[in-house]
Design a protein around this ligand. Sequence first.
Ligand code: URA
Ligand code: URA
Length: 191
Amino acid sequence: METLRNEVLQCQKCHLAATRQHVIFGEGNIHAGVFIIGEAPGRDEDRIGRPFVGKSGQLLDKILDACGFNRKDHVYISNIVKCRPPDNRVPTPQEAAVCMPWLLKQIELADPKIIILLGATALRYMAGSSYKITVERGNWLIWQNRLAMPVYHPAALLRNPGLKRDTWEDFKKVVYKYRELVNPQHYSRYV
Ligand code: URA
Ligand code: URA
């Protein structure tokens, strides 16, 4: 994974390279069993060089904590695209397609038991453009022989806190599956 990281840090395959401050490769435990896929780095991530460090990231950490998960031990976090799209716009299909081989290689190396698709963009670019987060969230998908759980993006929860209740139900399913496939002893205060 570190060899791959060094390669991705040099990437000039698309025009996002020209406006980025950092390439945000990903972080967490590559042997964790859970691989979280977000959309794209935002302003805070681009400035600091780590995924999910802004407001969405703080909410993500709270959700993970409620599941008994933390970034160091239980999950690996990356994004559909590794460089910030200007003005935080959604990555274009072309940008996503050019960046996708990096993500596929990361998934292959991490070999996760569970993938979490964080939000509409991750769902669409991983599963197909016809997939709708409001329809698919909370339902396990099979993605290339792996289990994937689509959930609302934390930014959507910040805009619409009414979605938090459903999202918690979805993450509970992830915890149950984690006990089934990764660690039967996994402890979480709330699940
Ligand atoms: N939103 C994302 O989708 N990814 C990040 O890394 C940060 C915010
Ligand atoms: N709208 C989005 O953009 N993302 C979500 O996760 C849910 C609604």
